[in-house]
Design a protein around this ligand. Sequence first.
Ligand code: GLY
Length: 380
Amino acid sequence: MQQSAKTKIGDADDAKVKVSLGERSYDVIIGGGLLPRAGALIAPILRKKRVAIITDETVAKLHLETLQHSLSDQEIEFTTVILPVGEKTKSLHHFGDLLDQLLAAQISRDECLIAFGGGVVGDLTGFAAATLRRGVDFIQIPTTLLSQVDSSVGGKTGINSSHGKNLIGAFYQPKLVLADVTLLDTLPRRDVLAGYAEVVKYALLGDFNFFEWLEENGLSVVDGDIAARIRAVETSVTAKARIVAEDEKEQGVRALLNLGHTFGHALEAETKYGPHLVHGEGVAVGMLMAMELSAKSGLMDGQDCVRVAAHYDRVGMMQSLPIIEGVKWLPATLLKHMHQDKKVDQGKLTFILMKAIGEAFVTQDVEQQDILTMLDQFTE
Ligand code: GLY
């Protein structure tokens, strides 16, 4: 069973969720105003008082100094690597470059990397930590809602290849995750909404009560209410921690976390992972597609789809495929992208479908014609 606890750390009430993985267990601390306290929170788990911060240009401008000061306050030495912003940074080229910079800075095996940014920085840094000198410790300080509720927890690390997203990587767990919801105040609303899609995911896949709570409080989460944000991140991370503890390497139940992702990745691939459709938007539309397919297959009451769409509408989430110059949404092409997904097993696609809000399940038993009919409805 996962532990989720309120602890008084510094001046604020922080939530703490434990990811239970034996020797590799770690805490996710969620709170407001954690960054100025990061040095003090990190210090107890460091083997040596020297770290490498890996961040991107946007986060560096907004928050790097605060992190650096908090480390200096604890006499923790640091070196900093600043990467370009965007999904293209998750490449073999940037991966090699990052490792070279870390080796040039003489980061040794008992030193620690800090991934300070969104999913791109977290995935790339985690993979660098997994491979540098055959493995060094790393800490996640996620700065986007999406990375706070999903990508910083659970140890999926990696980079993209020309063959598809996240096709090169490793399962490698961090030593600590610090999710400071105050950092979300500097995020554009579009990115908050993209991250919020992953919050809704946890409700849809396994927690009807959480969905009801989001119906009441989702707008406060999006609008920036600190207590609502802490509660949403804590509930999401608790759900993820429980699933990861049960199935770290995605042999079974962890696949539920991919609700909306098989469709979402296909949408992202069609838009070449460009700026017109970000990951969380693909997931948002992908989840509606999964629900529509569930309803069409007679598995789920169509009224549940209507209820979820009404929630999307209320908070302002993406519900339909955007019009993008040069992109023609075609069911057959989307299906082709889906077959490129790394979860394809001997040509069989894996789908996460739903019986009701809060009841998702994994299946390969879906008729191709039903998928095409559903896609037709979204692309016409
Ligand atoms: N983002 C899905 C997972 O961590 O398994």
